[in-house]
Design a protein around this ligand. Structure first.
Ligand SMILES: Cc1cc2nc3c(=O)[nH]c(=O)nc-3n(C[C@H](O)[C@H](O)[C@H](O)COP(=O)(O)OP(=O)(O)OC[C@H]3O[C@@H](n4cnc5c(N)ncnc54)[C@H](O)[C@@H]3O)c2cc1C
Ligand code: SF4
Length: 565
């Protein structure tokens, strides 16, 4: 987003990308049927993806000592990992240490947006001003009114589908055509309305009506393999950074891309104290170079940007660049995941099949706790992502007991009758939850790696119990049979929504960045990813990351024109 906005202002931009430039059209195969793939989409036998349990019992670095040629993160273990194994990192080359953490990374042009889940939600003043409501943590230095025009720009530029609900705690976007709800989802929506709760179609960062201004992207055709999120969308109806932002930025003639270029340090001009450039390693030759610029914008993702700042030590900045507050790497937060409920809608057993997974998602149930009431057990909130209806592979129905002809009939009869709710809850930002640099372990290119010090607390545990209880209550009310309910929280990091390691604020003693994501200490250094978030909210972060980056880069362009940076 930074490259897109700055080049549109006529600025010359050099984009350093640690990963390769994949031919993403060859890589993503969202039209391929399982039987057309030699392994039905699974990764080759000499490779391994970490399982949920391994994140708990294996020593860190996770891939050390494993017999496999390549080791990938857990997202490949969802199945169909062969479609994204070239997008995610090989854990063998990219180790990390410390407390258990499931860290999914994508090193290629466009990063994780090539395979993201696409739920695009706005934050509201319930999030930006959460401290004013419950006294915990810090308020953001901006309010919804500051960012709303930029959410609008992101909606129009990239496309988002959804249905207007007029909720002040989940503001509407400028939506394209909404995704159709399946039969069971409509039943749940109607039942929840009677409870004063909302079920809204998945707000997907997908151009359901197309985008006339962007020739790289297509309208969504609602095809069958979309549920294979980690396989991406090969016609780019779903937003990904390359087709949504980077290729259009290249067309301005102002963008230069250098792939296989891993930034390892922000260099400093000793006389002015400003950032001078970036020292980077060519990952193919191992040679180190320095690129210089008037302003340096970090957007390497929440954890990598913090790593880079901590690695950038100099006599002027002995704790790392922009770290006079000591907050870089701290206040790490994300979303708890794991609490989950599965229901059976008996009225739908034996009904004809419908096409429900040719959709970029199912539905979202927004938060309902701590809005007007105050929950006695926990602060903040959670929402649910859910899905009801038929899927290409009826995984729930396949676990029915039996065999032979009667089993096949049971699977067919039950295939479209299941519905699920999976919770996503806000993890409180705490100073003690942090990363630092491991003094002993380095990655394949000799760059010291991240060490995690991160644990969930009491608030998260109490929230997870409530998630399952409230989900059960909703299914009971709708008349769905609960066939599975679990409240265990998955390993830290699982949500892939890491945030907060260089937070914004107005006080340079307690924050790293100003409200325009500019370093308090080094004016020409910006950090425009999730590290700037002050709290996690329970809403998925990517739409906010992009709206904030657009706002900050508009501001930077203005400052550069006036010679103020
Ligand atoms: C399977 C999956 C599902 C998801 N679902 C959702 C969802 O539904 N909704 C939502 O809001 N979010 C979702 N996310 C999260 C979303 O993808 C991220 O919030 C988003 O991609 C963050 O963007 P980013 O640019 O900060 O980081 P990234 O996408 O990680 O991009 C960072 C880029 O920086 C590069 N880089 C890293 N280090 C360096 C370095 N030292 N030098 C040079 N380059 C470097 C990387 O190679 C990469 O290209 C999901 C993620 C995954 C993987
Ligand atoms: S359903 Fe739409 S978003 Fe999903 S893969 Fe197909 S075209 Fe892409």
């Amino acid at each position: 987003m930074a490259a897109y906005v700055l080049t549109s202002h006529g600025m010359k931009v050099l984009l350093l990308e640690a990963g390769k430039k994949l031919d993403i059209n060859k890589e993503l195969k969202s039209m391929q049927w399982p039987y057309d793939h030699p392994n039905r989409g699974d990764i080759p036998p000499d490779t391994h993806s970490l399982t949920p349990a391994e994140y708990r019992f294996r020593d860190r670095p996770y891939a050390k000592g494993t017999p496999y040629h390549h080791v990938y993160s857990y997202i490949e273990s969802w199945g169909k990992g062969d479609y994204s194994k070239n997008i995610v990192v090989d854990e063998k080359d990219h180790p990390y240490t410390g407390t258990p953490y499931a860290w999914a990374r994508a090193r290629c042009l466009g990063g994780k947006t090539n395979i993201w889940g696409r739920l695009g939600l706005r934050l509201s003043d319930y999030d930006f001003k959460a401290k004013s409501r419950d006294g915990y943590g810090e308020d953001w230095p901006i309010s919804y009114a500051d960012i709303a025009p930029y959410y609008d720009k992101v909606d129009l530029c990239l496309g988002i589908s959804g249905h207007k609900e007029n909720l002040d705690y989940l503001p509407d976007s400028i939506f394209q055509r909404s995704i159709r709800l399946s039969k069971s989802e409509v039943m749940l929506r109607e039942s929840l309305a009677k409870m004063g709760r909302v079920l809204t179609p998945y707000r997907a960062g997908v151009a359901t009506d197309g985008l006339k201004h962007n020739k790289y992207r297509s309208r969504c055709f609602g095809r069958g393999a979309c549920e294979r999120h980690t396989g991406g969308c090969d016609i780019h109806a779903a937003f990904d950074s390359p087709t949504g932002l980077i290729y259009p930025a290249l067309e301005t003639g102002n963008l230069t891309i250098r792939t296989n270029a891993t930034a390892r340090e922000v260099t400093v001009d000793a006389s002015s104290g400003k950032a001078r450039g970036v020292s980077f390693v060519d990952t193919e030759t191992g040679k180190t170079y320095e690129a210089r610029g008037k302003s340096i914008v970090l957007a390497a993702s929440t954890l990598e940007s913090a790593r880079l700042m901590l690695l950038s030590k100099s006599s002027l900045y002995p704790n790392g660049i922009g770290n006079s507050s000591g907050h870089v790497g701290h206040n790490l937060c994300d979303h708890i995941m794991g609490p989950h409920i599965l229901g059976l809608v008996k009225d739908l057993v034996g009904k004809p099949r419908t096409l429900d997974d040719g959709r970029p998602g199912g539905f979202y149930v927004p938060r309902f706790r701590n809005l007007t009431d105050r929950d006695p057990n926990f602060i903040r909130a959670y929402g649910f992502e859910g899905f009801g209806g038929n899927t290409m592979e009826p995984e729930h129905a396949m676990s029915l007991p039996g065999f032979g002809r009667s089993y096949k009939k049971a699977v067919r009869d039950h295939a479209g009758a299941f519905i699920s709710l999976s919770g996503f809850g806000e993890v409180l930002a705490r100073y003690e939850n942090h990363i630092d640099i491991d003094p002993d372990v380095k990655d394949k290119w000799g760059i010291p790696v991240i060490r995690f010090h991160y644990k969930y607390g009491d608030n998260e545990k109490k929230m997870s119990l409530d998630m399952v209880n409230s989900a059960r209550e909703m299914f009971d009310e709708a008349g769905f049979e609960v066939v599975e309910a679990r409240h265990e929280i998955l390993t830290e990091g699982w949500s892939i929504h890491e945030l907060g390691t260089a937070r914004m604020g107005t006080d340079p003693k307690t924050s790293v960045l100003n409200p325009f994501q500019q370093s308090h200490d080094v004016k020409n250094l910006l950090v425009v990813d999730g590290s700037s978030h002050v709290s996690a909210s329970c809403h998925n972060p990517t739409w906010t990351i992009m709206a904030l980056a657009w706002r900050s880069c508009d501001h930077l362009a203005d400052q550069l024109r006036k010679g103020e940076v």
